[in-house]
Design a protein. Sequence first.
Length: 75
Amino acid sequence: MKKNLVEIWGDLVDLKDLILAIAICSVTTMGSFFLAPATDTTKQLFFGLGGAVTGFIISAFLIKPKRTVIEENDN
């Protein structure tokens, strides 16, 4: 099975997982932004930031790392 990998900031990521994470963060950020009162731009900012953090947390739990790390001791 060949994976579609994209290099971002010197690291390889699965394209499917990247798109999923972007979609989750976009939905939670914009959803939270629109929950804030339309007349209060400060609350809109903080609701949007809270939605972005929520999206990050959801993405972190849903998308598992695929990297294998092997540690060797120099004894």
